[in-house]
Design a protein around this ligand. Structure first.
Ligand code: GLN
Length: 537
C-alpha cells in the first residue's frame, strides 16, 4: 500500500496539546492495526535538542538509537508503544544542513538554491524515504510551532506540495477561548486562523477545537459555516482528567471513521481487544484511587515541569498500575538545605532526584538524599540523582570530606564522580555524550534492582558524561553502599543501592521507556515502597 499522510498543524498559540492530538491520531490508527509512525518538524536551526536547555525547551528525550529529540517523542512513544527512530525528527538545522552540503558538493550546479524548491524538495524526499523504508500505511506528521511563525513556514509549504503528489489529510488544532462572566465560547479567532491556512493553500479536513469546556453546539455550527466543513468534522478537544483520555474522547466523536474516510481507508474494523485493554488502563488513572502516595521531585528545573515530563509520566504509570493516585510535589533543590529539609520534605512518601547538568542546586539534592536515607524515605536517584546519592554517601557515611563530581569542581581532591574515560578529550558538544540504550548486568538476586527487573541483564537509555569513579568504589562498598549493577564488562557502575530501606540510584534514565501498559520497573518499586511507608505512617 502506498503510504498516506496525516499532517497536524496548530493555530493561534502554542501549548494547546498538539503532541497529544498527534499521539492520539497515532493511537487511533494503531487500533485499526495500520502500521504508523510519527514525524515531527521543528523549525529551530539546532540539529537536534541535545544542546538545548531543558529549562527553556523542556526535557530532551533520548531514543535507543542515541538520538536526542524533542519531548514530543516521549509522548508519541508512550501512546503508540513502539520504539521510534531519530530519523523521525526533522529540524530546520538538519534540512538546511543537507541542502548546503549538497550545494557544496555541486548537486545544484548552475542553480540559485532556494527555499522553494530546494529546501521543500529535501523535506518531501525525506518524508518519502521514511515512508518507504519503514513500509508505512500512514505517516502522521506534526508540524512544530504555530501557523504564521517564520520558523515553520517552509515546512507548511512542503506539506502543501506533498498533498499534490500524495493522499494527505490536514488536521488543524485551534483554540476556542471563553470570555466574560457567562464564559461564552468565541469562534472568531479560529475563523481567522482557518482563513490564514487557506491563504497558504491548505484546507484542513478536520478541525480540532481545544477548549476548557465542551464545545458549544452553536460554536460548532458557526465554525462549520465559516470553514465549509461538515459539522461532524469540527471536533471537540475539551479538558480531560488525563491526556490518555483524548483518543477515547476522539473515538466517541467518530473521529476514527471521519479520518479513515478522508484518508480513503475503509473496510477494517477497530481492534476491540487492543481498545478495551487501553480503556482499562486509562480507567486506572481516572477512577478514584484506593490510596494516594506523595512523591517529591527534587530537582533544579522544577519551575518548568516539562523538564521532567517523562519522570512525571513514569510516576503516573507506576501508580495507576497499582491502583494508586499520586500527588507530586515539585521542589526546587536550591530551596533545600540541611536545616529546612525536614520541613520541606515533611509528609513525603518517596523522593526522586532526577537528572540534570552542572553544580547549581546540587547541595540541596544532597541534603534531601541525606534526609531520606536517615529517615527511611524511599529514594530513587536518576543519572545526576544517582551521582548525588554517591556523593552524599561518600561525604556523610564514608566521611570523605569535600567528595564531589569533577563536573562541579575540576580541581577537587575527591572526585567520587568523574568524567568517563571515553569522554576525555571530546570537545564537540552535539551528540557526544554516552547516549542511547546500554546493557547493564545486575550482580545479585538479593538486590532492589533484581527484584524490580526480575532479570540479570537489563537495558535502559542513557545520556551522561560522568560516572562513579571506580577508585572510590571499594571505599563506598566497605561502608555499605551496594553496587548492584555495572556495564556487562563490569567497568562502569550503573546502579547503586543502600543496604537499609529503599534507596536506589541508576546512571540510566528508566523514565524514558515507561509506558502505561508497562511501567518502568524502578518506578514501580519506588511507588510500592512509598505506599508501604505511607501505610506505616
Ligand atoms: N551531568 C551528569 C553527567 O553528564 C548527569 C547527566 C544526567 O543527569 N542526564 O554525567
Amino acid at each position: 500500500m502506498q503510504t498516506k499522510f496525516v499532517v497536524v498543524l496548530g493555530s493561534l498559540m502554542s501549548g494547546l496539546g498538539k503532541g497529544v492530538v498527534t499521539s492520539s491520531i497515532l493511537k487511533i490508527l494503531d487500533y485499526y492495526d495500520y502500521h504508523v509512525f510519527p514525524v515531527k518538524f521543528d523549525g529551530y536551526l539546532n540539529y537536534d535538542c541535545g544542546t538545548m536547555n531543558p529549562y527553556r525547551h523542556g526535557e530532551v528525550f533520548v531514543l535507543d538509537d542515541k538520538s536526542e529529540l524533542d519531548m514530543d517523542f516521549g509522548m508519541y512513544e508512550r501512546f503508540l508503544e513502539k520504539d521510534l527512530k531519530g530519523e523521525f525528527s526533522i529540524t530546520g538545522g538538519k534540512v538546511f544542513g543537507l541542502v548546503t552540503s549538497k550545494e557544496r558538493r555541486g548537486d545544484y550546479l548552475g542553480e540559485d538554491v532556494q527555499i522553494i524548491p530546494h529546501l521543500t524538495n529535501e523535506i518531501i524526499s525525506n518524508i518519502e524515504q521514511i515512508s518507504s523504508r519503514n513500509k508505512l500505511d500512514v505517516l502522521v506528521i506534526e508540524v512544530g510551532g504555530t501557523v504564521g511563525d517564520i520558523e515553520n513556514n517552509y515546512f507548511i509549504e512542503a506539506m502543501r506540495q506533498l498533498s499534490l503528489k500524495h493522499k494527505v489529510v490536514f488536521v488543524n488544532l485551534t483554540y476556542v477561548p471563553e470570555i466574560g462572566p457567562s464564559s461564552e465560547q468565541k469562534s472568531k479567532p479560529t475563523q481567522l486562523a482557518f482563513r490564514s491556512l487557506m491563504q497558504l493553500g491548505i484546507k484542513p479536513q478536520l478541525l480540532v477545537c481545544r477548549s476548557e469546556k465542551k464545545l458549544d453546539q452553536k460554536v460548532r455550527k458557526k465554525l462549520a459555516l465559516f470553514t465549509n466543513l461538515n459539522i461532524e468534522n469540527i471536533i471537540d478537544d475539551q479538558n480531560t482528567r488525563s491526556i490518555y483520555e483524548l483518543p477515547l474522547n476522539l473515538l466517541s466523536q467518530n473521529f476514527d471513521k471521519l479520518l479513515l474516510k478522508e484518508l480513503g481507508l475503509g473496510g477494517r474494523k477497530i481492534n476491540k481487544k487492543k481498545l478495551s485493554k487501553f480503556k482499562e488502563r486509562v480507567a486506572k488513572i481516572t477512577n478514584p484511587p484506593k490510596d494516594t502516595v506523595k512523591i517529591a521531585i527534587v530537582g533544579k528545573y522544577t519551575e518548568l515541569q516539562d523538564s521532567y515530563a517523562s519522570v512525571k509520566e513514569a510516576i503516573i504509570h507506576a501508580a495507576a498500575n497499582q491502583n494508586l493516585g499520586t500527588e507530586i510535589a515539585w521542589i526546587n533543590s536550591e530551596h533545600i538545605n540541611g536545616k529546612n529539609a525536614k520541613n520541606v520534605l515533611f509528609g513525603m512518601d518517596g523522593i526522586i532526584i532526577p537528572g540534570g547538568f552542572g553544580g547549581r542546586g546540587i547541595d540541596g539534592m544532597i541534603d534531601a538524599i541525606q534526609y531520606s536515607r536517615e529517615k527511611n524515605i524511599p529514594c530513587l536517584g536518576i543519572c545526576l540523582g544517582m551521582q548525588a546519592m554517591a556523593i552524599e554517601f561518600a561525604r556523610n557515611v564514608c566521611m570523605i570530606k569535600g567528595a564531589t563530581s569533577s563536573e562541579f569542581d575540576k580541581n577537587a581532591r575527591h572526585k567520587v564522580i568523574d568524567i568517563m574515560v571515553s569522554q576525555k578529550g571530546i570537545e564537540r558538544k552535539g551528540g557526544t555524550m554516552r547516549l542511547g540504550a546500554w546493557k547493564c548486568k545486575i550482580k545479585s538476586k538479593d538486590t532492589i534492582a533484581y527484584r524490580a527487573y526480575g532479570s540479570n541483564i537489563i537495558s535502559e537509555r542513557h545520556r551522561h558524561r560522568y560516572e562513579l569513579n571506580n577508585k572510590y568504589a571499594r571505599a563506598l562498598e566497605r561502608k555499605g553502599l551496594i553496587i548492584s549493577g555495572t556495564t556487562t564488562d563490569g567497568k562502569l557502575v550503573e546502579i547503586i543501592e543502600w543496604k537499609n530501606g529503599f534507596g536506589i540510584g541508576t546512571q540510566a534514565h528508566p523514565e524514558l521507556k515507561s509506558r502505561l501498559s508497562n511501567p518502568a520497573p524502578l518506578f514501580t518499586s519506588l511507588i510500592k515502597a512509598a505506599h508501604k511507608r505511607a501505610q506505616e505512617k
